[in-house]
Each structure stands twice: as structure tokens, then as C-alpha cells.
Design a protein around this ligand. Structure first.
Ligand code: NDP
Length: 288
């Protein structure tokens, strides 16, 4: 007979709406399997009006933590005991960790981007001029981390003025960087002294894989670093940028690393990045 059986799994997961297409379960379960952990990642549909009840449920089930996705990243703040400083600056939390009866909010999106930029691509953002297309949640998370890492100037290029200006004001008022807003036109030329260009819009996201941001691609020059948040190995945006001799960084690394950072926050273990990456790559290749 087996001694001291333990059939109870540790639970984490994601609250979202709609949530069915969120792929995070695939990479977190791959990580649990690789380290032989009896943990489960649950993909849970939570309506906006039920978020408070869901957070109570998280406590009641003694879950170890939760990811938040659309539309809960901002609304969740009022249910937390602690919000980490950079997540508080962004005003958004994508990862909650339960330590005893305290719920702690973090944002790993920008940190995941930074790890792909600094660790994998060996790009030091200190002192750089960065141009960011988009001003939504991803842009906000990335630019706050870049500003805190010493980026000298951040230009926000966005379709709607109000969102673009709001992000600029946040960066200027709350971080050491200098931010400016540039309204987006189809003839947008990348400033000659830009070091890093980032697509932080949803243009190119599956199933719209044949779309790319309309910019003047001939204004790109060799030596620039061009990044995409869209989590596929190579978007049309990056394909076009590569033709101009730029160094490219896909959004897949950002996705894996934001999950890897969350995994470590929950388990206190180093995340097995390779199996997580391979699991995601498998599903993206299946979707193509
Ligand atoms: P939001 O909805 O918050 O923001 C979307 C942004 O894209 C806005 O700035 C919006 O401009 C802009 N945009 C959308 N469509 C167009 C268009 N046709 N022309 C010009 N601008 C456009 O989304 P998120 O910031 O949360 O997500 C953005 C992308 O980032 C998504 O594709 C998501 O999958 C990806 N992402 C990737 C992560 C990763 O780990 N790789 C992590 C998080 C997000 P406007 O303000 O004018 O509406």
C-alpha cells in the first residue's frame, strides 16, 4: 500500500472573458510536467460582474495564484492586498500570488518583454530612443519597464490621440524618461535616431496574419532593433523589417518569459523555459 498518498493538486489558472482561446495553460502545464509537479492550471471564464466572487473563490479554494486577462487586469486591483510598484504604475495586474491570506499583484508582461530584449537579444535599453506603435495594455507594460530600465526617450505613436497622450503623460510624470506623442499616419517615418521600434498594437494577430502596421518601411535602417508583441515566430511586420537589415525580436519570447516569471512567483522554482517555449510553438504551428 502507498504511504502518505497526496491526491490534492496545487491550483493556479487564468480568469478572463472570453478566455477559451487563451493559450497559457499549454505552457504552464508543460512546465509542471517537466518538473514533475502536481500542479494544475485552469482556464476559467469569469464575467466582469463576477470578478469579486471569483477572487473570493480563489481564496476559498486556496489557489496559489491566478493570471488575469481581458477584461480583468485593471478591475482586479481593488481585490488585492499588495500591488507591486511597477504594476501600480501601469495600473494593471496580470499575475496574482497568494501568500497565506494575502493577495499580491504583479505585472509580468513588460518584464517578459525585457527578458527577451536584454537576455536573449543582448540589447541594453539604457540611454536608447524607443518608438512604440500602440498605447494599450501591452504598450503601457513595456514602456514602463523600458523607462525604469533607463530608456532616454520614448515616442508613443497611436491611432487614437487620447490613449496615446494619456500614456505619454504617465511616463513623463511617473518615470525618469522623456516621452512624446506622435499621431499615427500611414506615412509615418521612423525617426532616424531611433534605436528600438516596437509594434505593441494588435495588428497582425491571428487570424489577421496578413496585416502589418502601415509605416514607411524604407525609413528603417540597419542597426535598429525591431520588436513585435504578436506571439508568433515571425509576423509580416518583422519579415518586412528584417529586409531592411534590422535585428528582429518576436513576441513569442515575451509570452514565454511573462509566463516563466509567473511560474517562479507561484512555485519559487526556476521555470523550465525550453519545454514552455516548445509547447507554445507547437500550438502556433498548428494554427498556421
Ligand atoms: P489593447 O486593446 O489594450 O490595445 C491595442 C492597441 O492597438 C491600441 O493602441 C490600438 O489603438 C492599437 N490598434 C489596434 N488596431 C489598430 C489598427 N488597425 N490601426 C492602428 N492601431 C491599432 O490591447 P493590448 O495592448 O492588451 O494587446 C495588444 C497586442 O499585444 C495583442 O495582440 C496581444 O495579443 C499582444 N500581447 C502580447 C503579449 C505577449 O506576451 N507577447 C502580452 C500582452 C499582449 P487605439 O488606442 O487607437 O485603439
Amino acid at each position: 500500500m502507498m504511504a502518505n498518498p497526496n491526491y490534492k493538486a496545487e491550483l493556479v489558472g487564468v480568469f478572463g472573458h472570453p478566455v477559451a482561446e487563451n493559450p497559457t495553460v499549454v505552457m504552464q502545464e508543460a512546465a509542471f510536467k517537466a518538473l514533475n509537479l502536481n500542479w494544475r492550471y485552469l482556464t476559467i471564464e469569469v464575467l466582469p460582474e463576477d470578478l469579486g466572487a471569483a477572487m473570493q473563490g480563489l481564496r476559498a479554494f486556496q489557489m496559489r495564484g491566478i493570471n488575469l486577462t481581458i477584461p480583468h487586469k485593471v478591475a482586479v486591483l481593488k481585490y488585492l492586498d499588495v500591488v507591486k510598484p511597477d504594476a501600480a504604475l501601469m495600473g494593471a495586474v496580470n499575475t496574482v500570488v497568494r501568500k497565506d491570506d494575502r493577495l499580491i499583484g504583479e505585472n509580468t508582461d513588460g518584464k517578459g518583454f525585457m527578458r527577451a530584449l536584454v537576455q536573449d537579444a543582448k540589447v541594453d535599453p539604457k540611454g536608447t530612443r524607443v518608438v512604440v506603435l500602440g498605447a494599450g495594455g501591452a504598450a503601457r507594460a513595456i514602456t514602463v519597464e523600458l523607462a525604469l530600465a533607463g530608456a532616454r526617450q520614448i515616442s508613443i505613436v497611436n491611432r487614437s490621440d487620447d490613449r496615446g497622450k494619456t500614456l505619454c503623460n504617465l511616463l513623463n510624470e511617473k518615470t525618469p524618461t522623456s516621452a512624446d506623442y506622435i499621431p499615427w499616419t500611414d506615412s509615418f517615418e521612423i525617426p532616424e535616431n531611433a534605436d528600438i521600434l516596437i509594434n505593441a498594437t494588435s495588428i497582425g494577430l491571428y487570424p489577421n496574419v496578413h496585416q502589418k502596421p502601415e509605416i514607411v518601411y524604407d525609413s528603417l535602417r540597419a542597426g535598429m532593433v525591431v520588436c513585435d508583441v504578436i506571439p508568433t515566430p515571425k509576423t509580416l511586420f518583422l519579415t518586412e523589417a528584417e529586409k531592411h537589415g534590422t535585428k528582429i525580436i518576436s513576441g513569442l519570447g515575451m509570452l514565454v518569459y511573462q509566463g516563466a516569471i509567473g511560474f517562479t512567483l507561484w512555485t519559487d522554482l526556476e521555470a523550465p523555459v525550453e519545454p514552455m517555449y516548445r509547447a507554445l510553438l507547437d500550438i502556433f504551428n498548428t494554427n498556421d
